[in-house]
Write a protein that binds this ligand. Sequence first.
Ligand code: AMP
Length: 186
Amino acid sequence: MGPPGAGKGTQARFVAEHFGIPAISTGDIFRANVSQGTPLGVEAKRYMDAGEYVPDEVTNLMVRNRIDEPDAEPGFLLDGYPRTLAQVTELDGMIAFTGHQLDAVVVLTVDPEELVQRLLQRAQTDGRADDTEDVIRRRQEVYAEQTEPLIGVYRERGILVEVDGVGEVDEVTARIFDALDVVPQS
Ligand code: AMP
């Protein structure tokens, strides 16, 4: 977890690679559907372009199908899911069914103003449609309203791992591995 631009996608790949499990990014799956023009992509794009969350029913079904894939059987890392309290409940149900358990929830913390600057930079390099300043600010609001409350939920469960997301990419990776008690691979 972490606000937009905190570096979730980048760090998720390193962590998943370390554990030999897939990094499942709901944002990436939505973007792939948008670029392929699938019905899911057409629906998701309306929300994404406005900086809003795609409705829970749509997102939940997509995640359920993805974690049913054989490569997720040994375990998986979710990047950008759950993002609402309803998704937390849904995920609990899904993994109770598949026999998985949540080992850790990693939250990257970064100052919001620094994030706007990072995202505006990413807009120049990646050209994401939702990286304009207005949409970035709306995404931050939506994160604060709908996703931040999840931090307390996972803290109470004792599986929250908070990591300072400010710094070079490899510094942040080292902090995550440290917090997860992982010996980094050379
Ligand atoms: P991300 O790449 O994680 O920043 O996601 C990009 C956009 O995809 C978000 O701003 C949402 O519109 C949508 N999205 C990704 N994950 C979710 C989710 N778990 N629930 C609802 N919408 C999502």
